[in-house]
Each structure stands twice: as C-alpha cells, then as structure tokens.
Design a protein around this ligand. Sequence first.
Ligand code: DUC
Length: 454
Amino acid sequence: MTDTEVGEYDIAMKNGKIEQVKPWGKLQSDAERYIDAQGGYVMPGGVGAHVHLEEPPLFGKGSTADNFETGTRSAIAGGTTTIIAFAPQQKSEDTLLDTLSATHAKADKQCYSDYSFYLLVFNPSLKALEEFKALREQAISSLEIYMTYAALQLQDDQILDVLLEARRQRITTMIHAENGQVIDWMTKKLEEKRILSEFIDTPILIVHVSTPAAAKHIREAQKRGLPVYAETCPQYLFLTKKDLDRPGFEGAKCVCSPPPREGEEDHKGIWEGLKDGTFTILSSDHCPFIYDDAVNGKKTVLSNEFPVGHFKYIPDGCPGVETRLALALSAERLSLQKFVEVTSANAAKLYGLYPRKDALIPGQSDVDLVVWYPPGAVGELQLKNEMLQHNVDYTPYEGRKVGQWPRYTILREEAVWDRDGGGLVGKKGYGQFLKKDASSLAGSRSEEDWDIRE
Ligand code: DUC
C-alpha cells in the first residue's frame, strides 16, 4: 500500500529498485529470493524527518545519547529506512559548509539506514547566508531556525534574512516557534511568524506542533493558500501532562519542548489535524538523552550539587525514532493511506526525496519497505526499553501496548530488520547519504524576486 492506494500486490525488485508491481498472483518471476508477506501490510519504509543525533548540549545539559550508528540502527528496527538528522551550526561559527562537512564525517560509514541532513542555523551571518546556494549544490534543501532557547534564538530581522535566502534557493525552512513560558506569548509569536513567512512568501514547516489551538491557526493560514506546513509528533498523541508527574524523577523522561499537553481532548485535536491535512508529517523529534548510564555514571540530570536531580538540568527531548510507526499504526486512528502519507510520503516530498523514497514506481523508487504482521498476529505487545535498539536507558512509552511491530524492514532490497530471524540483520555502513532536492509540495506563490539587503 502507498499513500494513495491499498491493494493486494506482488512486488518485484532488481538492483535495489522497484522493478514491477503487479496484482497478487499475476507476477511472472524466476526470482531466487522471496519475502513472504502474505496477510501482512507492506508499505514504503518510514522517513524519520526530524532526528537529533550526536549533538553537543543544545537543549539543556547533556549531549544526545544516540550517534549515527545507534540512531539509525534504532530507526530500521522500527521500520524507518530514511532519517534526516540535524547538522547544528555553533553560534560562534560563521560557516555552514564546515558544519556540513563535520556532520558528514560523523555519519560516514556509520549508518544502518539511509540518511540526509538539515542545517540548524543559529548564526545567519552574511557568510552563512551566502552559503545557502552551495548547500543546495551539496543536496541540502532544508534548514531549521529557532524562536526560543536563548543560545539558539534568532531575532525577527535574522529570520527574515534566512527566509528570503531560503526562498531564493528553494530551501524549506523549519521553524521552532515555541516558548514554554506563556501560552499567550506563544500564540502571539505564532502569529508573528506567520506574518514573516507571508511577507517573504516562502514555504515553512512549523515543527512539533502540540495543541489544537496552534493547529487551528495553521489551518487558517493554509486555507488562505499560504505554503505553511506543520509537523506533530507521537509525544503529542500519546503523552500528557500527567506523565510529567510520574513518581521520583521519572517525569523528567517525558520532558520535551513543547511539553505534552493536558489530555485526551488535545490528542483528539491533533489526530483530527493529521486526518484533515493540517499536519503534513508525523515525525519523532527523536532527541535522546541517557538518564542513568551504568557505564559512564549518572548523567545529565544528576550531579554532585543536585544528587536527586534539578528541574533546570532536565534536557529537552524524548527518544522515539523506533517507536513512532508502531505506536501510530497500532492506534488505528488513521486510514492506512493517511498513515503512509504522514509517516513517509509527505516527508519524502517535502524534503525532495520523492519518488526515490516512498513510492513504488518501477525503475525510480528504491526498494525501501516495511512489512508488518497480519492484523492480530502479534497480539498485544508491551513496549519495553530492553527490546529497543537505541542507546537510551528508557522509553517514555514503557509498558504501553501496541498491536503491531515491523516484521521486516527492507532497505534498497536488503532485509535490514527481520524480527523473527535475528532482529537486526543490517550492516553498519550500508546506509547511504541521500541528496535532497527542493520540495515537491506547493511552494512560493510568485516567482518574483527581490532583495531587501541590496
Ligand atoms: N524539542 C525537544 O523536545 N528537544 C530538542 C529540540 C526540540 O525542539
């Protein structure tokens, strides 16, 4: 099945690409290898479009726990065949090209899944802006900017500089439009941000939207024809404020930014936004930290000064690249096509990877598939951190029941995850860097160019 069609098909593959897709039983083949998926769902592999790996401390104390090896291992075990990870510029750095090469060096020969990058732009100096063109030439077509976190936050004039140059180079800008202090302030900022992008007329993606109220503003902008896209994440569908009150310091493990919201009503609003197209993508915002590291000692939140932890040292972020697809599919709140659309196809389109990724087009699409069990076959599986492949000592979803888990994950024709035949069977280094093109979703409304800096 794809984002547009559900049916019974046989798929033939050759040299890593889809060769033929034929109604079930109609494929003539002398293939040497078969994967029998009868009765189960077969979908394009997930695109994990928002993943933090091997980052220095940016969101509170502590570096992210997963590196490119463990994060991509975790991705394939959860059915995600492509990840897009951040390449964070340092505030003191002018040059984005150096950031990009440093991130390439971290990922090279380490990855189990295919991968690409976004640039996290904290210092949009003239030099950095001039490098946007070279970034596009090096296949980077998206970047993120922040309106919060003192060290990362851009001022409005800097945001305009970034949006204008991004528009010229057909780069999609992701905006972290959030401030946890006052909800009213947040809403006002959201309005401001909408105005900024409308002014420059360039597509933006508002990342990790957590409330139905914010979704409503976005919907209104979309109805006015603006190229405003939005992302939400499993933490806004499955966690609530109550999870922050888990006993001891356990609640800290559900702290993310923005935080989990009140309860079922908020979740319902977010599911509705996924169904009606307000949200373009459902990403994990996988941002993993180790809380109690048996090898290196207690980390991140605990210190000699605060042996039982302190709220201000809680790092922002939850792990989730591996659990994203199983949680969302098991919830049975989306049609199968919508599930594929928001977990993979739209991300591939938005980030210029379509139809190589997340389509079944003969000769063009990579054989990246996730094969699920026939409905009911896994019964009720309890999520446990010990079954996961990430390098994190917890999952916020410990004990939650899911009715599905990927049976196989196939990346460019190779089974890299075989749950009943050894689990992780992919090889480190098999993952390739993916060149991203411009978004194929609707972009600027006019072609007119103008330069406010000249
Ligand atoms: N949100 C998080 O929860 N963590 C890292 C960054 C972000 O935007």
